[in-house]
Design a protein. Sequence first.
Length: 272
Amino acid sequence: MEEKKVFGYPDFDAANEMILTTYDNAYRDMLMDIRVYRMKGGEKRTFCREGEECAVLLQSGEAILRWENAEHVVYRRDVFSEGPWALHVSGGVEVQVTCVKDTEILVQCTKNSKSFSSKLYGPGDAPWKDVCRGKYGDTANRFVNTLFDYNNAPYSNMVLGEVLNDRGNWSGYIPHDHPQPETYYFLFDRPEGFGASFIGDEVYKSTHRSFSAIPGGKTHPQVCAPGYVMYTCWMIRHLDGNPWTTRNDDARYTWLNDSAPKSNCAEIVGRK
């Protein structure tokens, strides 16, 4: 079995499938199977897993989603300018994706024996929320959405959401942890964009299509370079009897929540 890892730089294979985490690869501690698919106009893919719930998240393009006795056309120019569409189904439910235009989708799965009603989430179900503006010297500004979590989908074993970092800003800030494993999948508005991903005391260069596999109990702040917008798809796996509902802020940094540090070096050294 592969040695465990916490960060990856995957590639698409010849079938245009890019594997992030599985139940038995180096990122098995995530307890999820997460893959990205690149599809051409007119192409079809079918997803159906017995004993596993699945979420199909549109990241770009236009496609027809068909499941059970329903179908819906979904469109998203890209993750930087349009809100999300995601179809969430329980084990054994077949989902067919037919591309109208070139499309990319992310498919998140985990083991779950519960049966629940399928749900298509749209931009109106997961509005972007402006987070931390005016705090931390205006260096952690980001927009966050949550498609489903324990609050609106207690039958699920997963959480799915997205983050857009302002250029040069932090997310996952202040540093915090939680017992449940979490995966971040990164995209940048330009292919040379980059940032830094902290996992505990280790740091990795985050690049376009890289991902972090954060073990439970590790702090995980992220930052993107000035000049670039960073997108993060964040995915958490609930633990049996211990769903993710909150975070544990690192006590060393909680003073930042109650103080207003000087915002720049000019103020600190007395320059104007």
